[in-house]
Design a protein around this ligand. Structure first.
Ligand code: FES
Length: 585
């Protein structure tokens, strides 16, 4: 359907609640009279849901309360009626055992909240890592127009006379401390400064990557994603987002699924490579594509990754933080540089195409947003490897790893869980050197809800010798702020009998990034013998959400969504809920 046809044919969804002179209409209107909205308002104006993941246990999202108020102003100015709904807030560093399994739960919260309430369009407010993909996944499944606004990155503070404190710096300082090159005093100064203001992590970690990706997908307003959380401009953006949400409600165009087609995902993957973004985004994009009905696979990441260089000079792969990237022109300028790789006709929530948006963009700092022929680092930023150790694939952020490990053959040292890593990694009897390959298993989606344990610590004695990277392989994820030669998301995972479960101490592992190979060099007869001996561990959860999660979570190469959440149903509310008696009272 064309844009004009859609706008003409689009009846407001909220009309079914409010615009009939019958008993249900009476009940719905009189209920909301208590919230200050008159019969005339409800019978004439579109209804906008502000879905908010604000919580004061989640400082990455702490400014979302303010942004919701600004958005509310924009909605009212444009003639809409705003209703704000609080959602589960997933605070990455606080929630245990890891935030990851709750992404799907939050997405269900979003989907059912949109479906059950009379929203004509929704405005999504999120920041910290999992809150962003969860809201997108739920909203696209609900099939109601939506627009996304991120909380924005924190503003880093200066640290020890120059360095700006950030999470990537924490990992580097941990290594320095373990190597005896730093003091506890330096560490406690970093603790006081690392989360300098409200807002999400300020390097190209998972949250900044996801926010930038939302813009590249066309789901947020151009130039909005990387404006710092504490910057007054973000309030103005929130008002614009509020106004735009009313336009989406009135026209019904574009729907999330009209934006999220193959072109949008290709554009997003190109941006992910150009910024050296978080490997977590790969999982989130696969899950989002599953909801949107786009047949995205890991191979597409590798195909695009072979073409698009790392041109954003931001940590952890580069030097700066996202504030500099914003000052250099932000996502629109980056996408202008990426023009040869993009689908310029892709639709965005702004109403313009990607091509129209980037025509107006400008690169303001060529050191931060490099030309394509002067990348921050030569080589593919993200790679997908396969082999008999990862038949369904594994990923590696090559741009943040030591290239000397790209072609590597070494002896495996196997850890069954993260506690064993902590207990044994500094054990002087551990037979380990810089050629060893650390293996962590049982940390995949079913094994341990896939925590960010993939950047395994290096043994103190190697750090003291100046070693800063060795090959690490796991079915876990890795923080977007982390770095190192970590092959992640090995699929299928060990807990469901994937080949990672068959590795023994001393086995030879071979990685060849150029050939995209990851192999366990053990002959097939011996592997078959081990396969027969392998037994699954008993289910760790027998009730509640975690039991549901373990039964239905898909493997990493499919995005770890629930098998029953792929796609969207076209369920409409039956007339009986409106035309007869209503519940309540
Ligand atoms: Fe929330 Fe990094 S801890 S974005």
């Amino acid at each position: 359907m064309s844009r004009d046809e859609t706008e003409q044919a689009h009846p407001l969804r909220s009309a079914r609640w409010f615009r009939k002179d019958d008993l249900p209409g009476f009940v719905h209107r009189s209920t909301l009279a208590a919230a200050g909205w008159s019969r005339e308002d409800l019978m004439s104006r579109p209804v906008i849901g502000i879905l908010n993941t604000w919580s004061d246990i989640n400082p990455c999202n702490l400014n979302l309360r303010v942004l919701a108020e600004e958005a509310r102003i924009g909605i009212i100015e444009a003639g809409g009626i705003p209703f704000e709904v609080p959602l589960m807030s997933l605070s990455e560093n606080i929630i245990k055992p890891t935030s990851f399994p709750f992404r799907n739960l939050l997405s269900m919260d979003v989907e059912e909240c949109i479906r059950g309430y009379p929203f004509d369009a929704v405005l999504l407010l999120a920041g910290c890592d999992k809150t962003q993909p969860a809201l997108l996944m739920g909203a696209v499944s609900a099939r109601v127009p939506f627009i996304f606004l991120a909380s924005g990155p924190a503003t880093p503070r200066s640290f020890t006379g120059g360095d700006l404190a950030n999470a990537t710096g924490v990992w580097r300082l941990v290594d320095k401390m373990r190597a005896g090159e730093s003091t506890k005093d330096e560490f406690s100064k970093l603790e006081r400064n690392v989360m300098g203001t409200v807002g999400h992590c300020a390097e190209m970690g998972t949250a900044s990557s996801m926010a930038a990706i939302c813009e590249a997908l066309g789901l947020s307003l151009p130039g909005s994603s990387l404006v710092p959380a504490a910057d007054r401009r973000r309030s103005f953006i929130a008002r614009d987002v509020g106004r735009r949400s009313v336009g989406l409600a009135e026209s019904g165009w574009p729907q999330g699924t009209e934006i999220l087609d193959q072109r949008a995902f290709d554009n997003a993957i190109a941006l992910l490579c150009a910024v050296g973004g978080s490997t977590n985004v790969i999982i989130h994009l696969l899950a989002l594509a599953g909801r949107a009905g786009v047949p995205l696979t890991l191979d597409r990441f590798d195909e695009i990754g072979r073409q698009v260089p790392l041109i954003a000079n931001v940590q952890p792969a580069g030097e700066h933080l996202t504030e500099r990237l914003m000052a250099a022109g932000g996502v629109p300028a980056l996408m202008k540089r990426l023009k040869p790789f993009l689908h310029l006709d892709a639709v965005t929530v702004d109403g313009r195409t990607v091509g129209e948006i980037i025509d107006a963009a400008e690169v303001l700092d060529p050191d931060v947003i490099r030309p394509l022929d002067k990348p921050v680092r030569v080589g593919e930023p993200l790679v997908v490897v396969r082999g008999n150790l990862a038949p369904d694939g594994a990923v590696m952020k090559a741009c943040a790893a030591d290239p000397r490990l790209f072609r590597h053959r070494g002896r495996a040292i196997v850890f069954e869980d993260v506690q064993t890593v902590a207990d044994r990694i500094d054990d002087p009897t551990l037979d380990i050197d810089e050629k060893s390959v650390l293996i962590l298993r049982n940390a995949g989606p079913v094994g341990a809800a896939m925590p960010e344990w993939g950047m395994l610590p290096l043994p103190r004695r190697l750090l003291e010798r100046g070693v800063r990277d060795i090959l690490r392989i796991s079915d876990a994820r890795m923080s977007g702020t982390a770095y190192g030669a970590a092959v992640l998301h090995v699929s299928p995972e060990a807990a469901v009998g994937g080949p990672l479960a068959l590795v023994r101490d001393g086995d030879i592992i071979e990685l060849d990034v150029a050939e995209r190979r990851l192999d366990l060099c053990v002959d097939e007869t011996e592997l078959e013998r081990r396969r027969r001996e392998w037994r699954a561990s008993p289910q760790s959860h027998t009730r509640g959400y975690r039991s549901l999660y373990n039964q239905h979570v898909e493997q990493a190469h499919r995005g770890c969504d629930f098998d029953f959440l792929r796609g969207a149903d076209t369920e409409t509310l039956p007339d009986g809920l409106f035309d007869g008696w209503v519940g309540g009272w």
